[in-house]
Write a protein that binds this ligand. Structure first.
Ligand code: TRP
Length: 356
């Protein structure tokens, strides 16, 4: 029975196509964990409005696109549940209650939030809703009562307040003793488990500029939808600082991060490392092509899984899937919200939600 498995909740804000940094940082984990866990994957389309409220059409398109990316990656709609944030009202409601349990200054000190304010150039003019998404993220997670949250390194700072708020709720409203070990909160009568973050095998994949973390906004990303030609071109432009085939190379440079990340054959990786370090007649250009081929091999099955959704009716198929999954997500979320409100003395009746 899938429902007896421990749960996972994680997700992405729909801001455009996913890239290799997302794959090694989190997507790969999600695909692997589908068997052992009951998985919920959230499309944080409400959060997309915190910085792009003026671009609803873009947000809608990205919402559909991200589901295609996920399916391409191997997230299986038969086994895992897609959670469309704006159709799960319990998330927004729980956000309010949790907001009361987090000090305002604690929210504003979140380093990920601060970085975003800088990189997005939001200055002093960001909306009230922008910092609120960090509380919303706690609710996204806790409404599914998951044990595990597989995320990229940049999201870990969001998981900590979620853990704090879960402990506080359980202590305040469920009578859990503050001395309780994190792993035992539910056993001790708490509603919310204290979820663990799980980071992917490569915390920060360097971009094709060879300097910065791979990111859409820095224009240094290889997308899951890129063709072999595009991959080869982007890899070709990767800066390593090395100039000749007989110059000993640094096997900790950006190129070798890619070698280790994407070439499966361990012995080939070792061989490349040895030759490169010795400057043994091996050019960067050759290795770049080999890496591009390895990446293409990874992406080929993704192209195949995406194909059924590329036709004229592709978007409609995704929308139908989302509607179907919304029912399951709401059933779980409503149950948690009811239990949370009951713990708070707010059990004034049951309700059901139908999206038709
Ligand atoms: N903030 C995440 C991002 O931008 C998306 C997100 C929203 C999320 N709610 C979440 C991730 C809950 C994990 C768990 O990528």
């Amino acid at each position: 029975m899938p429902d007896e498995k421990p749960r996972i909740l994680t997700g992405d804000t729909p801001t455009g196509n996913l890239h290799l940094g997302h794959w090694v940082g989190s997507l790969e984990n999600r695909v692997k964990l589908q068997d052992a866990y009951d998985c919920y994957f959230l499309i944080a389309n409400m959060h997309a409005f915190t910085t792009r409220a003026d671009k609803p059409a873009e947000i809608r398109a990205s919402t559909i696109e991200i589901v295609k990316d996920w399916i391409a990656c191997g997230i299986d709609p038969e086994r895992s549940t897609f959670v469309l944030q704006t159709e799960i009202p319990a998330i927004a409601e729980l956000t309010w209650y949790l907001a009361m349990l987090l000090p305002f200054n604690r929210v504003m000190r979140n380093p990920t939030l601060k970085t975003e304010l800088e990189t997005k150039g939001l200055g002093d003019n960001y909306s009230f809703g922008f910092p609120m998404y960090t509380v919303g993220q706690c609710a996204d997670i806790l409404i599914f009562r998951p044990e595990l949250v597989p995320v990229g390194e940049d999201q870990v700072a969001h998981i900590e307040p979620c853990r704090e708020v879960a402990r506080r709720f359980d202590q305040m409203y469920c009578g859990v003793d503050p001395q309780t070990e994190d792993a035992d909160y539910v056993k001790a009568g708490g509603l919310f488990p204290i979820p663990d973050a799980k980071i992917g095998r490569i915390a920060r994949l360097i971009g094709t500029d060879g300097v910065n973390k791979m990111s859409k906004s820095l224009n240094n990303a290889i997308y899951l939808t890129d063709t072999f030609k595009q991959i080869k071109k982007k890899m070709g432009g990767l800066y390593t600082g090395r100039s000749a085939m007989d110059e000993p190379g640094d096997i900790n440079n950006s190129l070798f991060q890619y070698v280790r990340a994407f070439i499966d054959d361990e012995s080939r990786v070792k061989e490349l490392e040895t030759k490169y370090a010795a400057g043994d007649n091996i050019g960067d250009g050759h290795i770049k092509v080999e890496v591009a081929e390895a990446i293409d091999k990874l992406l080929a099955p993704m192209r195949e899984r995406r194909a059924p959704y590329e036709g004229a009716d592709g978007d409609d198929k995704i929308l139908a899937l989302l509607r179907e999954h919304t029912a399951k997500a709401n059933a779980v979320a409503e149950e948690t919200l009811y239990e949370a409100k009951k713990a708070m003395g707010l059990d004034f009746g049951r309700r059901t939600i139908a999206v038709v």
